[in-house]
Design a protein around this ligand. Structure first.
Ligand code: ADP
Ligand code: MG
Length: 606
């Protein structure tokens, strides 16, 4: 027996016992290796005309034997020579590097990252197996060899003779795992079932590009005898059939025109465990220095735990068709945490556990691009299918507003255009762009009122007063609204018809348009104002003066009212903000905190 090098041994022990948090991924690793081996053979055939492969026969086979407690993974890929067996499977880390030594000394957490540099997926088999045997025959070699190991001390390599039942007459590799004995805390028998293996193949290797096959047992009705009468009882028999378990062609690699909406919806539902069809499906194909395909979905309904602490955002990350991470959080900004989908990039290299990725820079670049794509898709949805968009906004709008607030307004450009608010004048949801576009020329701000009840807000005297001036008021009823508005401070409406300083300028422009010029447009930045905050500045100078004089003239009365109300109010004065035929009095606040914000803050965290 050849011994594992000491550092390999320690590494193996560390890995089996602590690095992989998830035993079931052993199958993914073995299937990936098999797929790689077939790739290598196929590639060879492309570059070397003496190498003949029958493409139709390239496959991976998974089998199990309940009595012997074994799982077998068979491929007809390139195989390994005895030397390659020694080199690839005998030493875990090809070189005992410096980092590796550090890894041994340090705590687990650090070790994970360092080990991440070595490709050691094969050894994950020892998480479930007490013995692993690898029988392999390299392409073009007439030798067949067996590598065996218990994953503890070392391994043996020996030739396999032609009369051995395990002998391979064709190239490729057969890996047999003898499962560990069941222990109180670990049931390895669970892997000895067609159902379980099928589940694992579907889950982790569904898009491996070669067929992953299993001999499955099915049941069918026996052929009816020719003379079967009305009282004939059908008889059933079992039979076996080689079934391809994985779907092979990744749906995200297909052109959108080749895939039906139903297929996308099915993929979405089965992959992301949702019952409702997605509200929108879109894909992204990035080329250049970093190549990847992404298939993304806006869910049709909010997951029940979206706003809970347990909710995990993230996209599935594949590298060359193999799932390496189920929820890669780095690919999505928080405010798009509801988006689901798949990203596949052969440029993201894998590491040992595939659970920790080190390509942060690449991920950041992908995240930015994905974020832009999501924004533009939402904008398209807003402009093309308003009804669907309003439904979307009902589900996920709160997160967008929160994104503006929590970024202190930095994400305003990205997100503000996506917001919808209830317009008191239009009696429907409007965007801020629509609000500004509909503003009369003399209106200086976007007015909103915040509170928890739309009806009640609409009846507020100040709201009535602002509406009476001919200005619309947005009625904001979510707790985050006002924080969002305050973080934004203003909104820039894009491409509005240009306003002109004087009639002459306007007439000149009109004439130019009549002569065939494009109408001029301009952006307009408008402040957001709570109708309840001190100075609304709606009144003319004259009205203001009148109010001041009236306050002075009634000093005695207001002083008495202030005394009676005590600490409850700061001051009592005549207001210019009430409509002539509206309410006689109004309570309002001054300073950055409005009444509504005080209420939310006083309520404390949810
Ligand atoms: P990685 O796949 O990241 O290189 P693994 O530990 O999974 O690391 O595999 C180690 C090496 O063993 C592979 O690089 C490959 O050379 C060899 N190998 C593993 N499985 C097979 C197989 N089924 N056929 C041929 N070679 C294999
Ligand atoms: Mg591997």
């Amino acid at each position: 027996m050849r011994k594992f090098k000491t550092e390999s041994k320690k590494l193996l022990d560390l890995m089996i016992n602590s690095i992989y948090t998830n035993r079931e991924i052993f199958l993914r690793e073995l299937v990936s290796n098999a797929s790689d081996a077939i790739d290598k053979l196929y590639l060879k055939s492309l570059t070397d005309s003496s190498v003949q492969v029958d493409q139709a026969n390239l496959a991976i086979n998974v089998a199990f034997d309940r009595d012997a407690r074994t799982i077998t993974v068979f491929d007809n890929g390139i195989g390994m020579t005895a030397d390659e067996l020694e080199k690839n499977l005998g030493t875990i880390a090809h070189s005992g590097s410096e980092e590796f030594k550090a890894a041994n000394a340090e705590a687990q957490g650090d070790a994970v990252d360092i080990i991440g540099r070595f490709g050691v997926g094969f050894y994950s088999a020892f998480m479930v197996a007490k013995e692993v045997s690898v029988v392999t025959r390299a392409y073009g070699s007439d030798e067949c060899n067996r590598w065996t190991s218990d994953g503890v001390e070392g391994y043996t390599i020996e030739p396999v003779s032609a009369d051995d039942p395990a002998y391979r007459s064709t190239c490729g590799t057969t890996i047999v795992l003898t499962l560990k004995d069941n222990a109180e805390d670990a049931d390895y028998d669970e892997f000895l079932s067609e159902w379980k293996l099928r589940e694992l193949i579907k889950k982790y290797s569904n898009y491996v590009r070669y067929p992953v096959q299993m001999l499955v047992t099915k049941s069918r009705e026996k052929e009816r005898p020719a003379d079967a009468g009305d009282d004939y009882q059908p008889e059933w028999e079992d039979y076996t059939e080689l079934e391809t378990i994985n779907s092979m062609t990744p749906i995200w690699k297909k052109r959108a025109s080749e895939v039906t909406d139903e297929e996308y919806a099915e993929f979405y539902k089965s992959t992301f465990h949702d019952w409702t069809d997605p509200a929108r499906t879109f894909s992204l194909h990035a080329e250049g220095t970093l190549e990847y395909d992404a298939l993304l979905f806006i869910p049709g309904q909010a997951p029940f735990d979206l706003y809970s602490r347990d909710y995990e955002k993230g996209l599935e990350l594949y590298s060359s068709n193999v799932l390496i991470m189920e929820k890669c959080a780095d690919l999505l900004p928080d405010y798009y945490n509801f988006v689901r989908g798949v990203v596949d990039s052969s440029d993201v290299s894998l590491n040992i556990s595939r659970e920790t990725l080190q390509q942060t820079r690449q991920l950041q670049a992908m995240e930015r691009r994905i974020e832009k794509k999501i924004t533009s898709e939402l904008e398209a949805m807003r402009d093309q299918s308003r009804e669907a968009y309003e439904k979307f906004f009902e589900n996920f709008g709160r997160g967008l507003k929160y994104g503006i607030y929590s970024s202190y307004g930095m994400k305003k450009d990205e997100l503000a255009g996506l917001l919808l608010f209830w317009s008191a004048r239009e009696q429907k949801m409007v965007t801020l762009q629509e609000y500004v576009a509909a503003m009369p020329a003399d209106q200086k701000a976007i007015y909103y009122a915040a509170g928890d009840d739309r009806e009640r807000l609409a009846k507020m005297p100040v709201v009535e007063a602002v509406l009476a001036k001919g200005y619309d008021v947005l009625l904001a009823t979510q707790d985050v609204d006002e924080f969002c508005f305050q973080a934004m401070r203003d909104f820039t409406a894009k491409g509005l018809p240009k306003t002109y300083a004087d009639d002459a300028a306007r007439e000149a422009a009109e004439k130019a348009v009549a002569d065939g010029a494009e109408p001029e447009v301009e952006d307009r930045t408008v402040e957001l104002k709570n109708v309840n905050s001190g100075d609304l500045d709606l009144a003319s100078d004259e009205e203001k003066k009148e109010a001041e004089e009236a306050t002075k003239a009634n000093e005695g009365l207001f002083g008495a009212m202030k005394d009676a109300l005590g600490d409850k109010v700061e001051k009592v004065a005549v207001s210019t903000r009430l409509a002539a035929d509206g309410a006689p009095a109004v309570i309002t606040s001054e300073g950055p905190l409005t009444l509504e914000m005080e209420k939310v803050l006083a309520a404390g965290p949810e």
